[in-house]
Write a protein that binds this ligand. Sequence first.
Ligand code: NDP
Ligand code: ZN
Length: 179
Amino acid sequence: MDKQALQQLMRTLAFAARKHRDQRRKDIEASPYINHPITLADILVNEGGVTDRETLIAALLHDTIEDTDTTAEEIASEFGLVIAGLVMEVSDDSSLSKLERKELQIRHAPDLSHKARLVKLADKIANLRDIDQSPPADWSLQRKQAYFDWAKAVIDGLRGTHEGLEAIFDAAYRKRPEG
Ligand code: NDP
Ligand code: ZN
């Protein structure tokens, strides 16, 4: 990796860590939120063999607009319009209800760009693994199952993107909790 790419990645990590610094995941231990975007980048590089710089940067930033005060304009001025566009592609519209957001993710999956699809795949892999290994404290069996099925419906809409990551998603889905 050239020096400029390394600098950009480290700058992205520092930016994401700062933006998520007061957030925690929903697991019992309330893990630091930044673990999650780092996990996406780890899945992409070390399990999917993805080395595309824009995809990895978008993965590290993927929840900043949706879950923090970060704006698309801020991402654009720090990282450029292409990265801002990718992060917007994988961000839900927070003015909509949770139910509408869930339906739109399924409906829009086939329209996502290739790089956004890779981020989506890594996000769903990470979240299914989290629900299997360190689930939100108060989730019922039915809620976990519903999440697994919704995630599969999203991923089924973007198949043909990356064989390896799709197989990894399918392996994670096979851990769907049973009663
Ligand atoms: P949420 O969308 O509220 O929570 C899931 C999201 O939380 C994940 O996509 C992930 O998002 C993030 N997250 C943080 N920590 C964890 C973790 N440890 N494991 C997994 N994910 C984590 O949940 P639902 O999709 O279940 O609910 C959507 C709506 O439906 C809610 O408003 C809820 O009240 C309602 N509801 C649904 C039920 C059901 O059976 N599905 C039952 C009761 C209510 P990210 O990648 O952005 O971090
Ligand atoms: Zn996420």
